[in-house]
Design a protein around this ligand. Sequence first.
Ligand code: SF4
Length: 207
Amino acid sequence: MTDKVYLQNLRKPNKEHPLKVLVSACLTGIMCGYDGTANGKYPSVLKLLNRENLKLITFCPEEFSFGSPREMCDIHGGTGADVLDGNAKLLSASGEDWTEGIINASEKMLQVAQENEVELCIMMDISAACGSQVIYDGNRFDENPKYQIGMGVCAEQLTRNGFKVISQRDYASLEILYSKLDANHQLDKDAKDHHEIDWYRAYFQFD
Ligand code: SF4
């Protein structure tokens, strides 16, 4: 099921039965980024804060295993799926092997999702833990860093276990979510998900 169809099929929540959404903690302004910041501001998610028909559950998998601040880390030799299958590694920027820690964190994030019976996950794209569409291919601090299509370790863990993961850049899907939460929301029909934008299509040579 595509992300948009999944979003369209979500129930209409209310105050008594709010929609339960798991969010990368940094997207809500929590300062759990590698450098002790919130990794910038993402209005597409910040506008979801403080709604009575939405329950946001926040979690930062890297902070869970490595603390904050910490080194930046990236996947080497594959995607989050390959890490979970034992075929790729998560390395810190200085080369420490953080594979076991991120797998532990993905299992904890899955536990949080299951215990809270979340109905959607919104996660920070590009992150080696939380990315859902695009991640770095190797060390992002290389002279010529490369991107690849794929999920980070935690997004992959959640997806494998039946949870729907979208990113803060999936604006078309988020538009559908805003409409579910607010009957007066004017749907932006021109909004695109991350895999539909010009940069993505050009970089990965879909055009
Ligand atoms: S691991 Fe995820 S939640 Fe934590 S800072 Fe990185 S992107 Fe944000």
